[in-house]
Write a protein that binds this ligand. Structure first.
Ligand code: FAD
Length: 500
């Protein structure tokens, strides 16, 4: 029995159906990652999820609309995630899968990136040398700057990931970073460096600056707020590459659920948690909307960061500085997400980043690499356009009729813009549906319909809450948004529980 396993046996108090070692609130990628690792270490785990399926932002669903000939066509749509990093050897997703013995359980399809920026089209290779070669050839006047910029990014990337592995996927504290001295020198400095300022120091061509900025839409609508540390992990798409799980995004959370259940963990869907139960100032369990209670000495909250220390916690004497920081937290962006069923497969790679006439959006074309998502000759296509926090906020003041009109207007504008990248798009639409901020608030229970937890470039809560026994995991915490970061925060939370 490993040390954490032994500790767990000692921790468990009492034994009944409603008593667990750890309860995880929310089956997003962070919550499931924490639960999977803990269950693997023989912790008795309960995951309570409000939605009818696990995965949070990483879910999929099936639609069977009828085409012009009244034939029902089956499409698999994703709630958003279609390009996953973190699968290279030292990266968190690969690490988690190998820890739970599932490294070969999914078929990972490589996602190719194209950029279409103000008339320039560029296909970027999924490897570092190729990236430098293609960029230097396309922007010869900036070649020296490109090489210098990529060199700096790569130094930080290698240190960050080596540091992550050296810390065994626990949070790297500032003092540990100081102690490791020169080894993580570049990574330590990167936290205080502005990514955009670095870009502008090395690059002159405005189109190339846009290309380097646009990938940041995976974490923010405001690249100016990003430090080099925030941005560097995204370059993993050109080091280890990005991937799509064959069959749809849902495959990864489903795999984690099977692993949790195989290790005797319990997953309750349609089980919204209404409150944490506290005893003597520390966490003792949860209360479900059904009125049922479940008990554990540790709770990992994958719920919205505001809710974790607000509605779920209730009145609690948080340290004033922590409370103040939570109050000042800015939410990240929300989005318009359009899922299309098409009767043609766009001649595009699986991911296209577009900027034209000031409009920025991403096209996900997984049917280019996965023929199971739509009938032969058809495609499931997604279009994602970020909305800043203030615009997302104003959406909640709309009446149902205004909400419908606003979705229609956005759809018209975005379909017209996408039609310039996919000629004839409108003629091939069999079905489409539009998600807006209220959709995200409904399905992932995030404040303001925020899709990335909290804005970048500000303090975000670390894994350990000031409430004894409460741990935080998810996009709103210090690790940030994206599946790779959510998995890492889940690993942090699992280790925090095991290290108690
Ligand atoms: C449209 C879109 C596109 C994206 N594309 C990508 C991409 O291509 N690649 C990538 O890496 N990342 C992408 N992301 C980001 C990524 O999906 C998220 O950052 C990550 O999945 C967040 O995981 P999480 O664990 O923090 O929480 P979430 O996914 O937000 O899950 C939280 C879960 O907790 C549940 N919950 C909340 N409160 C309660 C409660 N009180 N009781 C019970 N359950 C509760 C929710 O129902 C939800 O299931 C995308 C996100 C969106 C929305």
């Amino acid at each position: 029995m490993s040390a954490p396993d032994k500790q767990r046996t000692a921790m468990r108090s009492g034994h009944s159906d409603q008593h667990y070692d750890v309860i995880v609130v929310g089956a997003g990628m962070a919550g499931l990652s924490a639960a999977a690792l803990l269950a693997r270490h023989n912790y008795k785990v309960l995951v309570a999820e409000g939605h009818d399926r696990p995965g949070g932002c990483m879910t999929s669903w099936v639609r069977k609309p009828r085409d012009r000939n009244r034939v029902a066509r089956r499409f698999v749509f994703d709630a958003g995630v279609q390009d996953i990093s973190g699968l290279s050897p030292q990266a968190p997703v690969r690490h988690l899968l190998s820890q739970i013995g599932e490294q070969d359980s999914l078929d990972w399809l490589p996602v190719q990136h194209r950029y279409v920026v103000n008339g320039t089209t560029l296909d970027l290779p999924r490897n570092w040398d190729g990236l430098e070669r293609v960029l230097c050839a396309a922007f010869a006047e900036d070649a020296a700057g490109i090489s210098a910029l990529l060199r700096e990014i790569r130094l930080v990337y290698d240190e960050l990931y080596a540091g992550m592995a050296a810390a065994d996927y626990r949070p790297v504290t500032a003092s540990a970073q100081m102690q490791s001295g020169q080894r993580f020198e570049h990574a330590a400095r990167a936290a205080g460096q502005s990514y955009v300022a670095l870009l502008e120091r090395h690059i002159g061509n405005p189109t190339l600056i846009s290309i380097f900025k646009i990938l940041s839409e995976y974490v923010t609508d405001d690249p100016a707020c990003l430090s080099l540390t925030d941005m560097v992990p995204l370059f993993g798409y050109y080091i280890g590459g990005g991937f799509y799980p064959a069959g749809g995004a849902q495959k990864l959370p489903d795999l984690l659920c099977r692993s949790i259940q195989r290790h005797h963990g319990e997953i309750r869907l349609k089980s919204r948690v209404n409150a944490f139960i506290l005893r003597d100032g520390r966490i003792a369990g949860i209360e479900l909307a059904s009125g049922q209670a479940a008990y554990a000495p540790a709770v990992i909250s994958n719920a919205d960061i505001g809710a974790s220390h607000g509605a779920l916690l209730g009145p609690y004497d948080l340290p004033p500085r922590y409370r103040q920081r939570l109050k000042q937290l800015k939410r990240g962006p929300s989005a318009i997400l359009i899922n299309f069923g098409l009767d043609a497969i766009p001649d595009l790679p699986a991911r296209v980043f577009v900027e034209q006439d000031g409009l920025i959006f991403g096209l996900g074309n997984p049917s280019a690499i996965d023929s199971t998502l739509a009938p032969a000759g058809h495609a499931a296509l997604s279009l994602l356009h970020l909305l800043p926090e203030a615009e997302a906020h104003s959406w909640f003041a709309l009446s149902p009729a205004q909400d419908e009109d606003a979705r229609k207007l956005y759809a018209q504008k975005l379909i017209a813009a996408a039609g310039r990248v996919i000629p004839g798009l409108e003629d091939h639409i069999v079905h489409y549906e539009v998600a807006a901020p209220p959709t995200f608030r409904h399905y992932i229970q995030s404040e303001n319909g925020s899709i990335y937890g909290a804005a970048r470039g500000q303090w975000c809560p670390p894994v350990a809450s000031p409430v004894p026994g409460l741990f935080l995991a998810g996009a709103g915490t210090a690790t940030g948004p994206g599946v790779e970061a959510a998995v890492l925060s889940g690993l942090h939370a699992a280790h925090a529980v095991m290290d108690r």
